[in-house]
Design a protein around this ligand. Structure first.
Ligand code: NAD
Length: 362
């Protein structure tokens, strides 16, 4: 029977890479009944919302989606569609594997790390008070009264909630992932020395969960030190578990260790569904140019095929991607030794080379 999967092309470069990823998946022979759903700036213009209810309903129904990136206006405009989708569907765990593929130019030794990012709270909870509004003034007064701390009256405020329940859930997810995939260590990343009641609670809870999972090594690192250590000795780390914001930042750092955003996949899991998407954004300046690397979304599709129980197809697709990257002939500009290499191919052509590998034609 065919799997029903929602395909959200997104905006910016999203539709180009989504088309290529879909073709690569179809080439593995796995039968997928795709349901196309809109999100992003065009959906906003057409329907008045960047995340139409039908899109959320489609993912709820099918429980699996492959998603291209979606632009979030900076400072003003609509709130992040990506964050809203994760919150609406309860996709609490974001998994971002960072693995060095042979043939990718990088300044670092081979890396094989997994970033597990909490997806529902922290500074991403969307609890914000705009500078100059009555509610912001009220919050400032309450902070002064309850916390005995002075906040400048011309401040804007963003709230950082971290809970025991969400921390338990994400740290347990990290241990389960480590166990299932034969990994040896989980490292919790935080800034508990400064934010004692949010990051401190994260660390304290992570330590308790670690005691219940003592077959796997556990340690913790402060986020600034972790950033430096990842650049100097990434081979010391295995599975990292982080609150939302640090997870966002360090997963881009880890993508940099393995050759850049063009090859960094991701997945968001919840109890009732999963959405697979690249770590990178909509790269608007490359929109419609058939230029960016489709690998990150294709490797996200590898995670999706595993999730669907199609392990053989997942391995076939990952090997095809790895072969094309190792040979270095049909790859996009970011994987060439020089970014202006005239021999770089486009998004579509790299996808076609991957399909030829899947079909054994090369
Ligand atoms: P970005 O990831 O879109 O691009 C940053 C740079 O990384 C690009 O200019 C390009 O040089 C490189 N890059 C990204 N993807 C690449 C690819 N596939 N191949 C080759 N190079 C690639 O980050 P940004 O410019 O900060 O964000 C653009 C928009 O995307 C913003 O609106 C942001 O909010 C949004 N965003 C969406 C998601 C998502 O949908 N999950 C994630 C991150 C950012």
């Amino acid at each position: 029977m065919a799997h029903k999967v929602t395909l959200i092309p997104g905006d910016g470069v999203g539709p180009e890479i989504a088309e290529v990823a879909k073709n690569c998946i179809d080439a593995t022979g796995v039968r997928i009944d795709w349901e196309i759903a809109e999100a992003g700036s065009e959906a906003h213009q057409k329907t008045g919302t960047p995340l139409p209810p039908e899109t959320i309903e489609s993912v709820r129904r099918n429980k699996v989606a492959l998603k291209g990136p979606v632009t979030t206006p900076v400072g003003t405009g609509f709130r992040s569609v990506n964050v809203a989708l994760r919150q609406e569907l309860g996709l609490y765990a974001c998994l971002r594997p960072c693995k060095t593929y042979q043939g990718v130019k990088t300044f670092f030794p081979p890396v094989d790390l997994v970033v597990v990012r909490e997806n529902t709270e922290d500074l991403y909870a969307g609890i914000e008070f705009e500078q100059g509004t009555d509610s912001c003034r009220e919050i400032i007064e309450a902070v002064q009264r309850l916390g005995r701390k002075k906040v400048r009256p011309d401040s804007g405020i963003s709230i950082k909630p971290i809970s025991i329940s969400a921390t338990r859930r994400i740290v347990q997810f990290a241990f389960d992932h480590a166990r299932k995939h034969g990994r040896r260590k989980v490292t919790a990343v935080h800034k508990a020395n400064i934010m004692k009641f949010s990051d401190g609670l994260f660390l304290q809870t992570a330590r308790k969960v670690a005691e219940e999972n003592c077959d796997i090594e556990f340690e913790d690192r402060i986020v600034d030190n972790m950033s430096m250590q990842l650049v100097q000795k990434p081979e010391l780390y295995d599975v990292l578990v982080l609150p939302n914001l640090y997870g966002d930042i360090l997963s881009d750092l880890c993508a940099g260790l393995v050759g850049g955003l063009g090859i960094a996949p991701g997945a968001n899991y919840g109890d009732n569904g999963a959405v697979f998407e690249a770590t990178h954004g909509s790269a608007p300046k490359y929109k419609g140019l058939n230029k960016v690397n489709p690998t990150a979304l294709i490797l996200s599709a590898v995670l999706m095929l595993s999730h669907l129980g199609e392990e053989a197809a997942a391995r076939k697709l990952e090997h095809a991607v790895a072969d094309v990257i190792r040979e270095g002939r049909y790859v996009t500009y970011d994987l060439k030794p020089h970014r202006d290499d005239p021999a770089a191919v486009g998004t579509r052509e790299m996808g076609e080379a991957i399909i030829r590998k899947i079909q054994g034609a090369e």
